[in-house]
Design a protein around this ligand. Structure first.
Ligand SMILES: *[C@@H]1O[C@H](CO)[C@@H](O)[C@H](O)[C@H]1NC(C)=O
Length: 299
């Protein structure tokens, strides 16, 4: 569905460091301060922080969007971000939180996406999720949300281990993508991934299939972030770091291999009430169902 990385420029990180340092406080939010954890991929005038540096804002206008990405890669873990999305008329605007094995668009990349598709004023956002393995995606699901994601911060997170990938909205698992047992599987597990977030213009497809265009008179469009957290295995060469599971890693222990009974109940409620699109039921696109669709729990 097109790349969502903002145009990179070679000097923004320096500018960012200078400006945060020259600003006020250099406080780490938990153990993940912006400057220690991320690299910025836009000019510094499209990125702002709150005075205490705990909240980060990305700006999109007609000239450019903005994004940031972790300095390190991770293989398996739990990754969460609190986000507040562009309010008002956000048609055409996409805010993304995603993992990808590559900083560009390498043709063989693995990628796991959460994308928020903006809408005309007062109309509901849609959250789109997708999974790529070896550069092949086409695993979209779309859900509506049970709250207004522009009114307040909510936590969006990924749980990733060898058994499944779970997309959470606050504590609710909105999607579970399972790894099959051997054989033909479509599950990204080999490549360590960076975490990214970005805001970009996607009015060629995002809102009502591209019918609704971005209203630039409303710009800049601003998405806000705080409290990034990762309980994960940070990748270090050489391979095979992050392969053996150890008992310290809750995200790779037995209880994290499947949903709890309470989580499964919430997930079933989501399936019944909030699914807007599911590639596994799109027979026009997939006359024969992709293999992982059969791994799902009974509906
Ligand atoms: C925007 O709102 C319209 C009307 O409620 C809805 O059909 C559509 O799915 C919404 N979201 C997107 C991303 O188009």
């Amino acid at each position: 569905m097109g790349r969502r990385q903002a145009a990179a420029s070679s000097w923004p990180l320096l500018v960012l460091l200078c400006c945060i340092a020259a600003g006020r406080v250099l406080v780490a939010g938990g153990s993940f301060s912006f400057e220690d954890t991320f690299e910025l991929s836009c000019a510094d005038d499209h990125f702002k922080t709150s005075p205490d540096v705990q909240t980060w804002h990305l700006y999109l206008d007609k000239d450019a969007g903005c994004g940031f990405q972790t300095k390190h890669r991770y293989r398996f873990g739990w990754f969460g971000m609190k986000m507040k999305l562009v309010g008002g008329d956000s048609a055409g605007v996409v805010t993304a939180f995603y993992m990808c094995s590559d900083k560009g668009a390498a043709p063989d990349r693995d990628e796991v996406d959460i994308e928020f598709l903006g809408n005309r004023s007062g109309q509901p956002y849609i959250i789109q999720t997708n999974v790529y393995k070896g550069g092949v995606g086409n695993r979209e699901m779309r859900h509506s949300l049970w709250f207004d994601p522009t009114a307040d911060f909510h936590t969006y997170s990924f749980l990733w281990n060898t058994h499944h990938l779970v997309f959470f909205v606050d504590k609710v698992a909105i999607r579970v993508f399972k790894n099959g047992e051997g054989g033909e599987t479509y599950f990204p597990s080999d490549k360590p991934m960076y975490l990214f977030s970005s805001i970009w213009n996607a009015d060629d497809w995002a809102t009502r299939g591209g019918l609704e265009k971005t209203d630039w008179t409303q710009s800049p469009f601003i998405s806000s972030y705080k409290d990034f957290a990762a309980d994960a295995c940070q990748w270090e060469d050489p391979f095979p770091s992050c392969v053996a599971t150890t008992t310290e890693h809750w995200w790779d222990q037995y209880p994290a291999w499947s949903l709890s009974a309470a989580q499964a109940q919430d997930a079933a409620w989501v399936r019944r009430n909030l699914v807007v699109y599911d590639y596994c039921t799109d027979l026009q696109r997939f006359p024969s169902m992709p293999p992982e669709c059969s791994l799902r729990d009974e509906q």
